[in-house]
Design a protein around this ligand. Structure first.
Ligand code: F0G
Length: 457
């Protein structure tokens, strides 16, 4: 597998924390075996998330100095508006401080108790914001999304038959929300044709179509590669958003910034209601909780994220790590998605009962072995336990996500990650099961603490 040339050179560096195994043992115990509790200063390669962890370019750092810090309708807001309109084409937009702010505002304006939202698969904050309105998300992703070995090119697609069934049903969903790429299901792309057909169904049943566009540029690259090679990335991005009535974007991913987001709509009356909510909660809608300089960096980042050499490197880097692991027999969720390599913990530890939290146990083992921090997306993140009976409802997949921050790690870093994972895989009989010692009723994944059991158990 070839490693793509990085289309940049390095101008500022940050020291990488190196720790001894005995220190890592202590840090794990102190963190209650929950990797969210580890201080970043003891993490050597941090693959917890690709969100807000990317490196800005020299042009973005330069743009910070142009930040207009007046209160309302600043030059920075106008510049961001020009880029938004040029790339995405929405008539109305407001910046927000991050993706979940856009979710909350849109759902407060659009949803009421008992409403349904038809999705491919919602991200966890999206789902939580839907539930907070007393509404419910329907997960209608294609069946291949649950099969870790299917190499279907667009495993993020919404199942159009099930979508039509939901749109015919009662109550009719208030909106359709498609996440590009589908982070919950392995960072898998959604095809343009799938979006076109979903749009046609939304027209037929008069339901608005929204996109969760956190990773829209990576999605566009997959479309370019697998579906529409004659279109440029820019044309694909434009075509994608032309199908939507609105979009919410965490710009901490493909916006190439450390903080920020966008909320865009076509409907004027709806936008007025969004603005009223924004003024009360997030900030005046020409800054939405961001500084002028944040908007400048974002305006620049949005343009860099759709450059083809950047995306070829970005997706190529993820594929390179996947290929090294696959070669060594490490079970992966296939094919690798846009922003992360996902390990399949159920094939990694095939004899384990799910109650022993195999995904979390593998994540702990990766930190212990090499100071690599990953995140579990399985029983801990998505499972439920009946508070009365203690009986579990397990999610269909048990994944460990190695999310690659944008423009941060080099090939040598990825080789180090590969060696760490391979070594944990080869020594997998030594991985220790986990048991909860404290299990908060919500947001368990961030707040729970565990103890380790003996490997034999
Ligand atoms: N939508 C998707 C698809 C996401 O992946 C995220 C965040 C959000 C919305 C929320 O955006 O963090 O800016 O408020 N995902 C991060 C992750 C946290 O690690 O995957 P936010």
């Amino acid at each position: 597998m070839e490693y793509p040339i990085e289309p940049f050179k390095i101008k500022a560096v940050e020291a990488l924390p190196l720790t001894a195994r005995t220190e890592r043992e202590r840090h794990l115990a102190e963190a209650g075996y929950n990797l969210f509790n580890l201080p970043s200063r003891v993490v050597t390669i941090d693959l917890l998330t690709d969100s807000g962890t990317g490196a800005m370019s020299d042009e973005q750092w330069a743009a910070l100095h142009r930040g207009d810090e007046a209160y309302a309708r600043t030059r920075s807001y106008e510049r961001l508006g020009e880029v938004q309109s040029d790339l995405f084409g929405f008539p109305y937009f407001t910046p927000v401080h991050q993706g979940r702010a856009a979710e909350r505002v849109v759902f407060e304006v659009l949803l009421q108790l008992g409403d349904l939202v038809a999705t491919n698969q919602p991200f966890d904050t999206t789902n939580a914001n839907i539930l907070a309105r007393g509404a419910q998300a329907l997960e209608l992703v294609v069946e291949e999304a649950y099969d870790p070995v299917s190499t279907h090119p667009f495993k993020g697609n919404i199942d159009l038959g099930r979508l039509e069934g939901a749109l015919k049903g009662r109550p009719r969903p208030k909106l359709v929300l498609i996440t590009i790429t589908n982070n919950t299901g392995g960072g898998q792309p959604v095809a343009l044709e799938n979006l076109r057909r979903a749009r046609a169904l939304c027209d037929r049943y008069e339901v608005p179509l929204y996109l969760d566009a956190a990773r829209h540029a990576e999605n566009a690259y997959f479309i370019h590669e697998r579906e529409e090679p004659a279109l440029t990335i820019r044309e694909i991005v434009r075509a994608t958003f032309s199908l939507a009535d609105g979009m919410m974007m965490s710009a901490k991913k493909d916006g190439l910034v450390n903080i920020g987001g966008l909320l865009c709509v076509r409907d004027r009356e709806l936008f007025d209601r969004i603005c009223q909510n924004m003024v009360r909660t997030e900030g005046f809608p020409t800054y939405g909780g961001l500084a002028g300089r944040d908007m400048e960096a974002l305006a620049q980042g949005l343009q860099e994220a759709i450059e083809e050499p950047y995306l070829r490197y970005r997706i190529g880097q993820v594929r390179y790590l996947a290929a090294r692991l696959r070669e060594a027999g490490v079970p992966l969720f296939e094919p690798p998605g846009g922003h992360a390599v996902y390990l399949d913990a159920l094939r990694f530890l095939p004899t384990w009962p799910r109650e022993h939290l195999p995904g979390q146990a593998v994540s702990v083992a990766l930190y212990r072995e090499g100071g690599v921090r990953a995140v579990e997306l399985g029983t801990l993140a998505f499972g439920e336990r009946d508070p009365q009976t203690g009986v579990w409802r397990f999610p269909r997949l048990e994944l460990v996500r190695l999310a690659i921050p944008r423009r941060v790690y080099t090939r040598a870093h990825l080789d180090y990650v590969a060696e760490t994972v391979i070594s944990v895989y080869r020594g997998r009989e030594g991985i220790r099961p986990l048991r909860f010692v404290s299990e908060p009723p919500s947001l368990r994944h961030f707040l729970a603490r565990f103890e380790e059991l003996d490997p034999e158990i």
